[in-house]
Design a protein around this ligand. Structure first.
Ligand code: G3H
Length: 248
């Protein structure tokens, strides 16, 4: 069975001391245990150099939270995928709903960023998901299909990208999609991907679930068919909770 990926998105949280403590805690647990899941952390850009320094040569992967579509240039405040790769990252989040909302990122932007990530040798974790209004209107599958189709870059294969289904209404709210909700969307995405790549992508292209994942609901959510891991926000900020989500 393919290993699950448990990725922690720290969002705009953390400090030098926090990163040192959290990463240290994860590394000591990884050294002392064999796990059935792979772990990754996605700290804020300013902490990436410190974190990749701590994780170099270990089983803990690191990802950025965003990258620019261009390789370099006059883009104040942005970070290129090349620099993330140079720092030692393996992943980068693209299209997180907070970036789609806070920074007006469209799926076309997400596609361009994901393409840049692949070209730089990173695996983009491409985030998609419907808002509460879209779910209530019965548009969930339509929205998810459009986001998948418009966000997947041309360079995508079943092994160089990861998708993360994050219903926006479940992010940071404590509301969690039911296992049936998650199964419906993940099975639907799997069907889309199989048709898109003209191959059975099962076990290769990972589809993560994100939205209020915590130790108490992780086993149930990670047990749903076609859930290949989790993208964890709040609960990734406590080493015991993040570890407990991946090690059950
Ligand atoms: O990227 C992570 C998601 O936005 C989930 O955040 P949350 O676990 O705090 O709901």
């Amino acid at each position: 069975m393919a290993r699950k990926l448990i990725a922690g998105n720290w969002k705009m949280n953390g400090s030098l001391a926090f990163a040192s403590e959290l990463v240290g805690g994860l590394l000591s647990r990884l050294e002392q245990n064999s796990t059935a899941a792979d772990f990754a952390v996605c700290p804020p850009a300013a902490l990436l150099g410190q974190v990749t320094g701590l994780t170099k040569g270990t089983a803990l992967a690191v990802g950025g939270q965003d990258c620019h579509a261009n390789t370099s240039g006059a883009h104040t405040g942005d970070t290129s995928a090349e620099l993330l790769k140079d720092l030692g990252c393996q992943y980068v989040l693209t299209g997180h709903s907070e970036r789609r909302t806070d920074h007006g990122e469209s799926s076309a932007d997400v596609k361009a960023k994901s393409s840049a990530a692949i070209k730089a040798g990173l695996i983009p974790i491409i985030c998609i998901g419907e808002t509460e209004g879209q779910r209530v209107s019965g548009d969930t599958l339509k929205v998810v299909e459009q986001q998948v189709r418009e966000s997947l870059p041309d360079e995508a294969t079943s092994v160089n990208v990861v998708l993360a289904y994050e219903p926006v209404w479940a992010i940071g709210t404590g509301k969690t999609a039911t296992p049936d909700d998650v199964a419906e969307v993940h099975n639907f995405i799997r069907g889309l991907l199989d048709r898109h790549f003209d191959e059975a992508t099962d076990g290769k292209l990972k589809i993560l679930y994100g939205g209020s994942v915590k130790p108490s609901n992780a086993a149930e959510l990670l047990g749903v068919s076609n859930v290949d891991g989790a993208l964890v926000g709040g609960a990734s900020l406590k080493v015991e909770d993040f570890w407990a989500i991946g090690v059950r």
